[in-house]
Design a protein around this ligand. Sequence first.
Ligand SMILES: Nc1ncnc2c1ncn2[C@@H]1O[C@@H]2COP(=O)(O)O[C@H]2[C@H]1O
Length: 830
Amino acid sequence: MLAGEEASIELVQRWLQRRNSDDDETGSSSSSPGARAGRRSSLALTPEDEPLVDVANRSLPPSNIPAALLYSPPEPLELLCVFPERASRVCAAACTAAARTGGEARAVRSAREALDAFRRDPDSRLPHVVVVDARQPQALDASLLARTIRGIKNTQHVVLVAVVKKSAYLKDDFAVLPYLEAGFNRIMVETVSATAWCAEILQARAAAASARAQVGAVAALSAAADRCRDLVVVTDDQQRILFTNKSWTRMLGWRTDEGPRSLTETVGGEALRLAASGARDWEAPVLLRRRAAPDPILLPCRGSTIALARSASHVVFVCEPGTAGDGERARGSLHSIRRGSLDVRSVASDGLRRTSLAKLQGLPLEAPITKVISLLSAATEGAPPSTVACIERAVDMLRTSELYSPQMKEDPRLRAEDPIATDLIGALLSQGPTNVLSSRRSSNDSTIVRSQTNRTNIKHKTSGQLRELLDTALSWEFEIFRLEELTRGRPLAHLGLALMGGRFDVCATLECDERTLLHWLTIIETNYHAVNTYHNSTHAADVLQAVAYFLEKDRLKTLLEPLEAAAALIAAAAHDIDHPGTSSAFLCNARHPLAILYNDVCVLESHHAALTFKLTLNDDRVNIFKNLDRETYKTVRHNVIDMILATEMTKHFEHLAKFVNVFYAKGNGSKEDGMQIDEPLSLDTTALSLPENVILVKRMMIKCADVSNASRPQKFAFEWARRIAEEYFLQTDEEKARELPVVMPMFDRATCSVPRSQIGFIDYIIIDMMEAWAAFIDMPELVNHARNNHTRWRELDEAGVSSLADVKRAQRQQAIQAPPTSTTEPTAEE
Ligand SMILES: Nc1ncnc2c1ncn2[C@@H]1O[C@@H]2COP(=O)(O)O[C@H]2[C@H]1O
């Protein structure tokens, strides 16, 4: 037994014990002998306590399949006949029979045409029965066709009928076997009798309806399992893994297609022994081994053996995460919620209440924060005055509704002598119009007009050089500026096609064709402003490339579904669409129509997300979502919007703090501000089993990609720094020209130190975030590059480099030492 395991087992046992007695009290316990024997067995951890698995339990009565679940909506039969011969009389008879039985028939002559019927075309219906002419192997390989159809997803319920010659049928007793092995359900001797075909088709129709009902039921149950938080695994009677749900995959890190095949490789403990004993229902602790962590986790587990015939066919294990040793946690049932509430009341009834807390306790609902405040208040009892003062201060802080808004003045790291950093970080983190009193003004009234370049669709043709470059699209040193140059300012469509269309096969995931994806990428790219020095389609391509790079990391490969990966790539490509080159605060100050439309709240990001969907849905030729069913579309839309909105910098600390608190909360000594991580990070992967935590991962992914320029090798980081500084300067120019409040007065081209702005950006925005993300996806170079860039900026600062022109000169010198990589857009200084 592993160190500390005994204590954990005891905790789980206590939890199970308490729950059993709870169940008994409430009368919710199953009264079947099997269930009781199983429950006793859950506490049997020594040979003396061996569970009493009775004879009745071993004889495995058939498990109940809820009849209502076996529902299949009545549908008129769709028959597909595959006969190579042009005017086959057998085929004609089958088609006539289909019409007579109230169905519809279609005849095709080749395997390719037959397979077309299984393409996901929303306008055509899938056939229920496919009749394949197996009489002329030289004209049509019927077995190969059957195997291919069976290889297509969701065709288990389609009934395949092979038509054979009578002579072949009567050849030997086992003549039908090769057809059955290939995936045919029925074998029919050739006949031109429509009546004989009627009989065959009626039987096939019944078989198809029954198979459809069963497959539908299994799909519904596996979807249910996938959506629950418990870890579910189903094995065969030999403990070979047949199914694991998403929570299982997320928490343990094993993908269904690469993980252990046998349960014994990943599960240990009492549960395994009980399952092997053939008990029908049982509860016991289970030890689960994780892919990336040496120490197993111990969870309470409930199991059932499924037996439709005499012998067991399936064994189901359901493990509950987050409950071991956490007996006080509310468990979702009315009973337990009430119990949870009572905890707070009893805590608060100790004379420690504050008036506001008493009010909260009167509410029928309870938020976790209420409970936290109550518990903290209770902890002051008998505590020394200094502790009481500390806790009371913490409770006061928790009462604010702006839990995640950093207050700059209290941050000791932001010193008065660092005005550029203060300016930049302040502007990034604050929302809405600038307070006029705190801003500088200018009297100049000229306006800079930003126009949009007119672009045409790209042709999907890549030159040799471009192709070679795109082959390196999954490298962290990807030459993004060279791509910008080779594509004449249209990097997004080319890179998007290579990554989304190629490596990530987004077309297959969204069931759209490549042409639609290309049109989509083109329209998205066209709506970026090429005149922006930073927020143009090269930035979008850069963020797309970073997201693609992150998605290739093992942690994310295991965690995210193809649909989630597709949504992330879409969000990355579109996340700054139609960016005007000025910030949201500028738009608010300027009373821009977008600021009016979005009430000064998340103005730009709301616009990016809304415009993305408006452009996509407006035209079928670009609508990459057009073939998705309603639910899938809803999921993708939700994901894309959530990720685009997550790039809003005013929520930066909120997203980062949530991510760090959820995944690194245990064993990391974080400072009072909650952000500084000084100890080596130890990741808590158990948190991955909760879908709401996966959202935090996706937000963090796009956020890190969005500002990854500072974590790229120096030559890229410097070029991006120049571009963003130039864009900031243009905004300041425009603010002065229009007598608007100046959002970042320090970003004045006459006075700004670019190196210092970068040092501040890396110090306050980049380092903490990249440390947390780099540890999560195992990519230390993110932090290494950021630190190297920081060092280099500091050297330049100390050497007196300040203006954009100075930085450009330094870049040139650097380029002489290292070969040139980028072409750069001319800046206003040149
Ligand atoms: N290298 C950088 N230096 C300073 N600010 C940056 C840098 N990279 C990104 N940003 C800012 O971070 C913001 C992230 O969201 P946006 O792309 O809307 O706008 C970005 C810039 O305002």
